[in-house]
Design a protein around this ligand. Sequence first.
Ligand SMILES: Nc1nc2c(c(=O)[nH]1)N[C@H]1C(S)=C(S)[C@@H](COP(=O)(O)OP(=O)(O)OC[C@H]3O[C@@H](n4cnc5c(N)ncnc54)[C@H](O)[C@@H]3O)O[C@H]1N2
Ligand code: MOO
Length: 411
Amino acid sequence: MRPVDEHLAAILAAVRPLDPVELDLDEALGAVAAEDVAAPVALPPFDNSAMDGYAVRAADVAGAREDDPVLLPVAADVPAGDTAPRRLAPGQVTRIMTGAPLPAGADAVVPVEWTDGGTGTVAIRRPAPPGNAIRRAGEDVRPGDVVLPAGTVLGPAQLGILAGAGRRAVLARPAPRVVVLSTGAELVEPGTPLGHGQIWESNGVTLVAAVRQAGGRAERRRAVRDDPAEFLATLNGLLGTADAVITSGGISMGAYEPVKEALASLGTVWFGKVAMQPGMPQGFGLLGDRRVPIFTLPGNPVSSYVSFVLYVRPALALMRGLPAGPPATVPARAAAALRSPAGKRSFLRGVLSGVDGADGADGAGGEARVTPVHGQGSHQLAALAAANALIVVPEDVTEVPAGAVVEVIPL
Ligand SMILES: Nc1nc2c(c(=O)[nH]1)N[C@H]1C(S)=C(S)[C@@H](COP(=O)(O)OP(=O)(O)OC[C@H]3O[C@@H](n4cnc5c(N)ncnc54)[C@H](O)[C@@H]3O)O[C@H]1N2
Ligand code: MOO
């Protein structure tokens, strides 16, 4: 049997980062920047007011008191967006709004709350020190500063700074387009009636959601029946556009294994057993001229999801141009004894608590604990849904006593 780490290494060695493309910011959420983006100008581009109030010369209002206000004429009104070049004469003020350019000669802003709000003449009741409520040009970014390095995932704030630095588009690796195919004559669409011997197709729904959570775009196809020719025809139709294909089912030792039957003859897809539980039967390879990666995951629902976490998620990270490796683990104390088959790495489903974010608690001060859920069968989807972590038991360990520290993959 192939070791878990060897299987992941083979996948990561075969998969390539997607080519960067110029993406409009409206389409770039979740993409990964493939260029260093520098600001063409300072940000803010000009000195401006941080408050609604009056631009003044600080010296003119130094003597202002609550009971003895300074009265000054209001020479002009400067709203945000004002483009006129302005200069403030000594002994005058201009009304100014937040974000409006500071007139030359002004060196402080008096908030409207410190005044009577006058429009012809204003009574100022408090002094403003030089620099008060002024946002200086370049305070956020200097011209030429890199505001976003290559390799950054584009979230809302990152798209915001690109727009704020004047960019309409960015060179980025797009979200991989992944098609999820399930096989099995027993599968019927959720929401339709169930006959004897049938089950509702669930792997496709899980895997599509998992792809999206991993930063990909995913499309679920209706399950194909156990016919290799039909499977191959469906697959061929995808190879021009998909960046990756995930299948579930049809790869084990049964009489009807359409995925394995269809792909084995191509010679570019490896099928075999990986030393893990669940998820022992696995397949991976590259298809067509575009060398599209295909992950043929086992059909049991828990097995396919665990396989996704271990192999597909790191591969998608690599395709996005992000660091890729085995899932991160955290140590936790096992709340109950654990069993694992000799020679296989087990990924038992558990509930992790006492870790930031794992259970909604802040975990401060507490020690992480993990409790295996009831129902460790690879068909027990409800037990998987009740878990928030995978407990890793190494290949050479068959029993873990309650209270021992184990490594855990938060889901
Ligand atoms: N003689 C052997 N039998 C099996 C072995 C073995 O080594 N020797 N391995 C077992 C293990 S471990 C697994 S895992 C499964 C993997 O089988 P396949 O990948 O071929 O999957 P199927 O047989 O098509 O389905 C397995 C199971 O999962 C259900 N399933 C499949 N697709 C879906 C779906 N989209 N949604 C929900 N449920 C799905 C399917 O109905 C079966 O119950 O093989 C073991 N057998
Ligand atoms: O690989 Mo299977 O997952 O043990 O049911």
